[in-house]
Design a protein around this ligand. Structure first.
Ligand SMILES: NC(=O)c1ccc[n+]([C@@H]2O[C@H](COP(=O)([O-])OP(=O)(O)OC[C@H]3O[C@@H](n4cnc5c(N)ncnc54)[C@H](OP(=O)(O)O)[C@@H]3O)[C@@H](O)[C@H]2O)c1
Length: 233
């Protein structure tokens, strides 16, 4: 899909990766709506702020009504609670699922008619290498990102008829607030990740692997559980 002249809606556009998406889409000649829980926190001149909490059905409906002509939806908003599935709080575990699974599901459904009216357009779901592998400290987040991976595949199947391209971005740690607790692992530059992902959407790629770690784990999927978790060999 061509980004110049498109109209994009980015969730969580006020900071982190989403802000880079919004900035670079503007540079590429798109009209950009920036969804944010606090629209006053959108500080990029040219981005049209729209109030959006992806976990709130009324907010999602109002955001879709406030925007028009959207041909690219980027489901970027994300939360990280650090909750464990065995002893974390159920509220945190539900928040991860609400933000990463039910949120993008509701937002995508709300924008499907606009995408259809504009030649099908495209959806980019920001997933993670943790859609495919999990570690202690990331289990509730990983489960939600795994659900979002399946959702992405399902949306691709079900929106193909209206010509909507649905892409998944898999990425490891990036240098944003979400990964500020990470001090002993390399982190990708979110501006570079946004650039790579937008190039890939423009090229029609449906699966976008942003780093070596994501490529390594994707290969490991074919080896079954013990390829990714050798401790169970
Ligand atoms: N950082 C990493 O290492 C990493 C790695 C792989 C994948 N990811 C994914 O990349 C995406 C962007 O994350 P990031 O690294 O840019 O994190 P970030 O800097 O923490 O930004 C998260 C963004 O999501 C927004 N958000 C959270 N809950 C929301 C809700 N209910 N409704 C609307 N917006 C909401 C936040 O808005 P507020 O300002 O209102 O909180 C903020 O704009 C996420 O999907 C994340 O899971 C991140």
């Amino acid at each position: 899909m061509e980004l110049a002249g498109s109209t994009a809606f980015v969730t969580g556009a006020n900071r982190g990766l989403g802000r880079h998406f919004a900035e670079q889409l503007l540079e590429r000649g798109a009209v950009v709506y920036g969804g944010a829980r606090n629209p006053d926190s959108i500080d990029l001149p040219g981005v049209i702020p729209i109030a959006l909490d992806v976990t709130d059905a009324d907010s999602v409906a109002a955001a879709a009504k406030a925007a028009s002509g959207v041909s690219l939806l980027i489901n970027n908003a994300g939360s990280y609670t650090g909750a464990s599935v065995t002893d974390g709080s159920m509220d945190d575990i539900r928040l991860e699922m609400d933000t990463h699974y039910f949120g993008p599901l509701a937002v995508t459904r709300a924008f499907v008619p606009q995408l259809a009216q504009h030649g099908g357009g495209a959806v980019l779901n920001v997933l993670s290498v943790l859609s495919w592998i999990t570690y202690p400290g990331y289990s509730a987040y990983s489960a939600a990102k795994a659900a979002a991976w399946s959702l992405t595949n399902a949306l691709r199947n079900e929106l193909a008829a209206q010509g909507t391209q649905v892409s998944a971005l898999h990425v490891g740690f990036m240098d944003t607030d979400m990964a500020s607790h990470v001090v002993d692992s390399p982190k990708s530059d979110p501006a570079s990740v946004a650039r790579l992902a937008l190039d890939a959407v423009e090229a029609g790629d449906v699966e976008i692997l942003a780093d070596a770690g994501s490529r390594h784990v994707q290969v490991g999927l074919a080896g079954g559980v013990v390829a990714l978790y050798p401790q169970y060999a």
